[in-house]
Design a protein around this ligand. Structure first.
Ligand SMILES: Cc1ncc(COP(=O)(O)O)c(C=O)c1O
Length: 417
């Protein structure tokens, strides 16, 4: 239905807004809010919004710096020099990748903003972008907003990745401009190896593709295998930009601080667009972020161990309740196939059911793309006690579903499309 003006006439939806369907997650959020308003204690494993406080030393630095009135002026859009140097030092330390902080690093207002404005910077109308499906929505919608066209790709970083990619390149008109990769992946938690990245870069060079890598979960991993950067591949710098985020690593989601690093021409394009749009993050935030990046890493280790304990509790207790959850090796999410009996409902209806019948909110897989509809994403953003409570609720729901859900099953009827 079209929106109406104050006199009741239907109005054509704006061109850009037409390309942005209402967030699927909004439907779940609305249901969650109304359940809470009715007194339900909803355990919220839906949104990937870290619940841990930002480490005290970072908050203290912000409080100290904000006292200086010189920091209240407009800041630097591309990031203050010390911040860019700190990010370059992080890449050298963590990945052995050498970056020039003047030309190969730009600070962004969170990696989401960086990604969206990179899309604005490089996309001509109709350009084809190879995008994972399922994936974090800005990967597709950043380019759709910029006038691009999305061609969906599989996400498993193994031998199944390249044959469809090869076909997509051969049959896309015009030839694709860029390939998006996101490992560790939101929502699937897949992790890529350096060998896989080598194949990606060889493929992209052969087909003249830009590679945009989202490494938001570089530090949220649970085994002794830190995820690599695609920039570790020799020659990757010729064609690649990689995005990282302070949101998860340092529990700073509300601070809006991230980075794009890599190829000078691409970084210059993003920097130019940003110079027209923003004055950078508030200087005290940039100074505090610099302090965080230059820290000894103990804060990061603590964040990692909290998520790891939650992951273990989730996998064990949900498994015992009858909902198999594969243990993610990284990210703050589990990506779980909907129990078979409920799968025909689709992920949105199943997620609504979990709110209504088990007081648990999760993210429906369909919100990350059509290939996600057999799954839900469970975020590790409640404490262990609450996760155990969620498992008890789930067990009750699953063990009584046959009697209470007969009106919902035949489930087949519910799925559309
Ligand atoms: C894969 C991925 N990229 C980017 C972001 C956005 O992070 P930021 O807070 O840095 O904008 C998220 C946040 O959930 C994410 O999961």
């Amino acid at each position: 239905m079209l929106p109406r003006d104050p006199t009741g006439f239907e109005m054509e939806e704006f061109h850009k807004v037409r390309r942005l369907p209402p967030y699927v997650f909004e439907q779940v959020n609305r249901l969650k809010a109304s359940a809470r308003a009715g007194g339900a204690d909803i355990i919220d494993l839906g949104m990937g919004n870290p619940d841990l406080p930002t480490p005290k030393a970072i908050v203290d630095k912000l409080c100290e710096v904000v006292q200086d009135p010189r920091t209240h002026r407009y800041s630097s859009s591309k990031g203050i020099p010390g911040l860019r140097r700190a990010q370059a030092a992080y890449y050298a330390r963590r990945f052995g990748v050498k970056l020039n902080p003047e030309t190969q690093v730009v600070a962004t207002l969170g990696s989401k903003e960086g990604f969206a404005n990179m899309a604005q910077a490089i996309t001509a109308p109709g350009d084809v972008i190879l995008c994972p499906n399922p994936t974090y929505p800005i990967h597709a919608f950043g380019f759709l907003m910029a006038g691009g066209v999305i061609r969906s790709m599989s996400v498993e970083p193994d031998e199944t990745f390249f044959p469809p990619l090869e076909r997509a390149v051969r049959h896309s008109i015009p030839k694709p401009l860029a390939l998006i990769i996101n490992y560790p992946s939101n929502p699937t938690a897949h992790v890529a190896s350096l060998d896989f990245y080598k194949d990606v870069i060889a493929f992209a060079k052969k087909h003249d593709l830009i590679v945009l890598s989202d490494l938001a979960y570089s530090e949220i991993y649970f085994d002794d295998a830190p995820p690599p950067s695609v920039l570790e591949v020799p020659g990757a710098m010729d064609i690649t930009v990689e995005f990282t985020s302070m949101s998860k690593t340092f529990s700073m989601p509300g601070w809006r601080m991230g980075f794009a690093v890599g190829n000078e021409r691409l970084i210059a394009a993003l920097t130019r667009v940003k110079s027209y749009l923003d004055y950078g993050a508030f200087t005290p935030i940039q100074v505090a972020a610099t302090h965080a990046l230059n820290g000894d890493g103990s804060d990061i280790a603590e964040v990692r161990s909290v998520y790891k304990r939650r992951r273990d509790v989730l996998v064990e207790t949900f498994g015992k309740a009858g909902f198999e959850v594969p243990p993610p090796a990284a990210t703050m999410f589990a990506w779980a196939k909907i129990p078979e009996k409920f799968r025909p409902l689709g992920s949105l209806e199943f997620s609504k059911l979990l709110i209504e019948k088990a007081d648990i909110a999760v993210a429906p897989g369909i919100g990350f793309g059509e290939m996600g509809d057999d799954y839900v994403r469970i975020a590790l953003v409640e404490n262990e006690h609450r996760i155990r409570q969620a498992a008890r609720n789930l067990k009750r729901f699953l063990s009584t579903a046959d009697e209470t859900m007969h009106n919902v099953i035949s489930l087949n009827a519910h799925r559309q499309g």
